[in-house]
Design a binder for this molecule. Structure first.
Ligand code: AMP
Length: 191
């Protein structure tokens, strides 16, 4: 199964993707996690991404499209994958479309987790306070407000992009986590 999880920062995409990864034996591919690993390893990509990520802007499309294209080709993705945090704008969604055609892969569905902005800020500041490895550099209130603005301006239109293809499933991400998981599984049974 080939899926996309869409939703603003703090919507619970990562948590839900990890649960579905286990249940369906498909790989969660988080561009945010991959970029943070690149920053930590001080690779070329990491050096390019570090400051952009710290302020909550998007790293260049070519960088993330390249990362995803390479990752999808790896053997552990043969059974399927969940794109978590990608695509982040319509240009990335179009590049993904082209890439999947080239690779002969069909996207099965897009799950969007909808959460109100006030709820997100509270959730992320809580995550930052409780994080064992210390807070993420972009979990400050200022960077967070910026990430939410970037989401509204650049990522929200991606939902429209998939709605027009008839593969968007929007769920209420403010429900209890287990209920959200249950609803995702119900959607996946139908596709
Ligand atoms: P996330 O962990 O998904 O919240 O991503 C953290 C940060 O990584 C974002 O604020 C961006 O700076 C960068 N990032 C992650 N995914 C993408 C993407 N698909 N396109 C551009 N930047 C991204």
């Amino acid at each position: 199964m080939k899926l996309i999880f869409l939703g603003p920062p703090g919507a619970g995409k990562g948590t839900q993707a990890q649960r579905i990864e286990q249940a369906f034996d498909i790989r969660q591919l988080s561009t945010g996690d991959m970029l943070r690993a690149a920053v930590a390893a001080e690779t070329q990509v990491g050096k390019q991404a570090k400051d952009i990520m710290a302020r909550g802007d998007l790293v260049p499309d070519a960088v993330v499209v390249g990362i995803i294209s390479d990752r999808i080709d790896e053997a552990d993705c043969a059974n399927g994958f969940i794109l978590d945090g990608f695509p982040r704008n319509v240009a990335q969604a179009e590049a993904l479309d082209e890439m999947l055609v080239t690779k002969n892969i069909v996207l099965d569905g897009v799950i969007e987790l909808a959460v109100d902005a006030e709820v997100l800020i509270g959730r992320i500041l809580k995550r930052a306070a409780e994080s064992e490895g210390g807070p993420r550099e972009d979990d400050t209130e200022e960077a967070l407000q910026h990430r939410l603005r970037v989401y509204e301006e650049q990522t929200a239109p991606v939902a429209e992009f998939y709605a027009s293809k008839g593969i968007l499933n929007t769920l209420d991400g403010m429900q209890d986590m287990d209920e959200v998981t249950r609803q995702i599984q119900a959607v996946l049974k139908e596709i």
